[in-house]
Design a protein around this ligand. Structure first.
Ligand code: PHE
Length: 342
């Protein structure tokens, strides 16, 4: 066979291989066809083995064409092998489906506990005719303090551990800043709640963070009395926390008069005394009071005609009590092992 003929023969062998692989291939004869073309004594491997017998220039050309043919055949073989394997495995799993087995459980996502309780709170208040309002988180000292009857340089300001920004604004220390903002834009009668984030310069521990949630409430009308405040807030802690016993204590907040704290009987010890309630049997949940006449004046509302009450629930605290969480930081950790328990 002269060299040209040999090269043609190599091409023919490659084409034959292609055709054979294409036509009658199945799992059994795939390896057989492969062996015929690339086995030890195959035509192509025989040429490879005797390549040194050719003259150097010819050797190069023949070598290239043999290698090329071998690579192509190898490639076709591998692809077919994969294909057959894939077909078998999918047949297999299909025939192996056992309809009596329980299915794979789909993960059920749910709201973060803070969001869930907030939604419940909003629903409860809106059912009593309250409307949800919002105010900015970065506040002026005027709305955070002055308009709430806490004048500049008055020691009462120290109660709120305040962050001050370089431009004089403050991340609000409480949602009470929304009170005057709301009364300036809406005319009484008013029933609003204002949920939102607040910020204080606190050292972080199990019950304090530098950021927390509050829900402010404001009720303004002509004949609002302290008994209205009591009725609504008692209903609130009963609804949200299942509280059985409540009590009101006098407290001082410059923007209410009188000012009160609503306590519930400790849900952990039933009033006997434990380390959650610091052995008092009571837990403070809602600071509140009757809107101070000065606050009405700042908002442009006549305090001789209108009365009102306000409250500010520390909301994260409420979530801790409701779900028996002993470390506030857990609620903000984003730890799924914790959050999946709710
Ligand atoms: N804003 C007060 C605080 O954060 C709570 C409060 C709100 C008290 C409304 C009375 C009335 O401490």
């Amino acid at each position: 066979m002269d060299n040209n003929e040999l090269i043609k023969k190599i091409e023919t062998v490659l084409n034959n291989a292609k055709a054979e692989f294409n036509e009658k291939i199945n799992e059994k004869n795939l390896d057989e066809v492969y062996k015929n073309y690339l086995g030890k004594n195959s035509f192509l491997n025989n040429i490879s083995r005797s390549i040194s017998e050719y003259e150097p220039e010819i050797r190069k050309i023949i070598g290239m064409s043999v290698n090329n043919a071998k690579i192509k055949i190898e490639e076709i073989y591998k692809n077919l092998k994969e294909q057959i394997k894939y077909e078998n495995s999918s047949n297999d799993s299909y025939s192996k489906i056992d309809l009596s087995l329980p299915g794979v459980k789909i993960t059920q996502f749910h709201k973060h506990p803070i969001t869930a309780v907030l939604d419940e709170t909003v629903e409860f208040f809106t059912s009593m005719g309250f409307e949800v309002v919002e105010g900015p988180e970065i506040e002026t000292a005027y709305y955070n303090f002055d308009a709430l009857n806490i004048p500049d340089n008055h020691p009462a300001r120290d109660v709120w551990d305040t962050f001050y920004l370089k431009n004089g604004l403050i991340p609000r220390t409480h949602t009470s800043s929304v009170q005057v903002r709301t009364m300036e834009t809406k005319k009484p009668p008013l029933r609003v709640i204002a949920p939102g984030r607040c910020y204080r310069y606190e050292s972080v521990d199990a019950t304090h963070l530098f950021m927390f949630n509050q829900v402010e409430g404001l009720f303004v009308d002509k004949n609002v009395k302290l008994s209205d405040l009591k009725g609504i807030l008692e209903a609130t802690v009963k609804h949200l926390l299942g509280a059985k016993k409540t009590r009101f204590r006098p407290a001082f907040y410059p923007f209410v008069e009188p000012g009160l704290d609503l306590d519930i009987e400790c849900v952990f010890c039933g009033g006997k005394g434990c380390n959650v309630c610091k052995f008092t049997g009571w837990i403070e949940v809602i600071p509140c009071g009757m809107v101070h006449p000065k606050v009405f004046e700042y908002a442009g509302i006549n305090p001789d005609i209108y009365k009102g009450f306000a409250f500010g629930m520390g909301f994260d605290r409420l979530v801790m009590l409701k779900y028996n969480v002993n470390d506030l930081r857990l609620l903000y950790s984003g730890n799924m092992d914790v959050l999946n328990q709710f």
